[in-house]
Ligand binder design. Structure first.
Ligand SMILES: Nc1ncnc2c1ncn2[C@@H]1O[C@H](COP(=O)(O)OP(=O)(O)OP(=O)(O)O)[C@@H](O)[C@H]1O
Ligand SMILES: Nc1nc2c(ncn2[C@@H]2O[C@H](COP(=O)(O)O)[C@@H](O)[C@H]2O)c(=O)[nH]1
Length: 195
């Protein structure tokens, strides 16, 4: 008989910054009724970002406190800012809804895979360097932040081969359609196991 954990998937959206991970994850997540698990971050919100929607923005002091209590299941430092996912948030979301999604860098995706094994499905979203740069400019992200993010582009792209699925993102509607279909197959398998 299947263990209840076999029916809980963690869909992890990863890939280079600006590739479209958030846009796609939120669209697919809302179509399929998945619960989003938000990261905690110590950086300041950028224009247009909303606390509780883009991240839980917290102070470095609170982050340290939570980290010292072992709250974060994975935690990374990027450009002097800390980012992490709380174990409790994943557990609570599992209790409310069997399947969840989150958006992290390659390091986080690999860490979650190590911890949760076959429950984790890594979805790699990508576009070429010029395209992700242009998208970030269009969003109004400052030149130095874009430059810092682009310095990780090649490393981010190298995670492609480790992910369960990879999707080029140029035509947004097409990418969302492809990913929705892919995730529906996991959810269908999930329903069949329940029958
Ligand atoms: N296929 C696409 N065509 C054109 N624009 C797109 C496409 N996909 C996403 N975008 C736009 O690109 C920008 C970056 O997308 P998004 O924020 O989803 O990327 P991300 O990978 O989560 O990176 P970031 O960390 O910068 O948020 C957004 O303005 C989004 O609307
Ligand atoms: N491993 C993790 N990576 C995370 C987490 N939250 C966000 N991120 C990734 O960090 C970079 C930088 O983000 P930015 O919003 O400041 O530009 C980006 O790739 C995010 O996806 C996390 O909890 N763990």
């Amino acid at each position: 008989m299947a263990d209840s954990r076999d029916r809980e998937f963690i869909f992890v959206f990863t890939g280079p910054d600006g590739s479209g991970r958030k846009t796609i994850a939120d669209s697919v997540g809302s179509t399929l009724g998945l619960t989003k698990v938000l990261s905690y971050a110590t950086r300041k919100p950028r224009p247009g970002e909303v606390n509780g929607q883009d991240y839980h923005f917290i102070t470095p002091e609170l982050y340290e406190e939570l980290d010292a209590s072992g709250d974060f299941i994975e935690s990374v430092t990027i450009n002097s800012n800390q980012y992490g996912i709380r174990d409790n948030d994943i557990r609570r979301s599992f209790r409310n809804n069997g399947c969840i999604y989150l958006i992290v860098n390659a390091e986080g995706a690999d860490m979650l895979k190590q911890i949760y094994g076959t429950q984790v499905v890594r979805l790699f979203i990508y576009a070429d360097r010029g395209t992700v740069e242009e998208r970030q400019r269009q969003e109004g992200i400052s030149g130095d932040v874009i430059e810092e993010r682009l310095s990780r582009y090649e490393t981010d792209m190298a995670a492609h081969a480790r992910c369960e699925h990879a999707f080029e993102n140029y035509d947004l509607a097409h990418t969302v359609f492809e990913i929705t279909n892919t995730l529906e197959q996991y959810l269908q398998r999930n329903l069949e196991e329940r029958d």
